[in-house]
Design a protein around this ligand. Structure first.
Ligand code: AVI
Length: 328
């Protein structure tokens, strides 16, 4: 039996993505595929790293401004609503917010959406133990499917997109994604979005090239995934993680670097890809923003900034957005 005849639908989608990405110049693969169960666990480790400031900064914002954020997210009339979180992960930060919402007596259901079934199982178990009063409606889907569900979601909602996940989209995809997020929002609905802010370029670079090599393992895990799911034969001894930050574009770009000329066969595609020595696969963008850029971005997709919160160092912003008021 050939490898391709036993692929699951998810692996078929991955195979198509790899075919397109590795046939291009420069070669590219999406960071969306980092998050298999091993990748999700590595990302949890990244969030604990001394160099990776975004998670700590967003925690500080939620600790300091949690009550104000909860109030800004609750519908003015006090009715029932859903808190829909895209890319919930382990929900550690969100729990601070959920506690504030519960303490304020807000009538809501928490609907975490995550692509990793393993991460979701862990999250649901910890929520049941730590916040037994919370109503939870978990959704294991990718963003595209979750967005489609949002369009038909009954009732009021507060949508959370935290941790600067928005930074992982390129400029065009970012606008498309934000338009899709903005479209299903009613007048009373709110969107809470995390933005990593531009700062000392050295701190930013270090966050994506940590001394312990966890980020390197996270990036390289993509190749392990292709070996396992698509029958590829990437030899990890001949690949390296490399990252740079450009203060001009605000982009951290991460790459997998082929340290020698090599050919890699992907059995599921029945195709061999040639890599020159030091050729790269671009695997991730992580854009950093200024607050004026955030306002301009919101305006471009029909949203307005209701209020925003930053940590004391000004490293990170959590921004509450709503539909632009219509003037007719
Ligand atoms: C998920 N996302 C917001 C992370 C980031 O900072 O762009 C992913 C990540 N990549 C390397 N380190 C962390």
């Amino acid at each position: 039996m050939s490898h391709s005849s036993i692929l699951s639908p998810a692996s078929t989608e991955l195979a198509q993505h790899v075919a397109q990405g590795l046939r291009r110049t420069p070669k590219t693969l999406s960071s969306m595929y980092f998050y298999d169960d091993a990748g999700s666990r590595l990302f949890q480790q990244i969030m604990e790293l001394p160099e990776y400031y975004p998670t700590r900064a967003e925690f500080a914002i939620f600790r300091e401004h949690g009550a104000a954020i909860a109030a800004a997210l609750s519908p003015a009339g006090g009715g029932e609503f859903a808190v829909v979180e895209l890319g919930a992960g382990d929900g550690a930060k969100t729990k601070l917010l959920l506690r504030e919402l519960l303490a304020g007596g807000a009538p809501f259901t928490y609907a975490p959406v995550d692509i990793s079934a393993g991460a979701m199982t862990g999250l649901v178990a910890t929520l049941a133990a730590e916040l037994p009063a919370l109503r939870v409606a978990p959704v294991v889907e990718d963003y595209a499917t979750a967005l489609a569900q949002l369009r038909t979601w009954p009732g009021s909602k507060a949508v959370l997109f935290l941790g600067s996940n928005i930074g992982n989209f390129g400029p065009t995809e970012r606008l498309d994604f934000l338009r899709q997020l903005a479209e299903p929002l009613g007048a009373a609905d709110r969107l809470l979005m995390g933005f990593d802010l531009q700062k000392d370029p050295r701190s930013i670079r270090a966050a994506y090239d940590d001394a312990q090599g966890v980020t390197a393992a996270f990036n390289l895990n993509l190749l392990t995934r292709l070996n396992r799911e698509l029958g590829a034969d990437f030899d990890l001894a001949h690949w390296q993680h490399y990252t740079d930050y450009s203060p001009l574009s605000g982009a951290v770009r991460s790459f997998l670097v082929s340290t020698r000329a090599q050919a890699v066969r992907v059995a599921a595609l029945d195709e061999t890809f040639e890599f020159a020595a030091w050729e790269v696969i671009h695997t991730e963008n992580s854009f950093k923003f200024t607050l004026p850029q955030v306002e301009a971005l919101a305006a471009e997709v029909g949203l307005r900034v209701v209020t925003s919160f930053t940590d004391a160092a000004g490293d990170f912003a959590d921004v509450v957005l709503a539909r632009q008021l219509s003037h007719d």
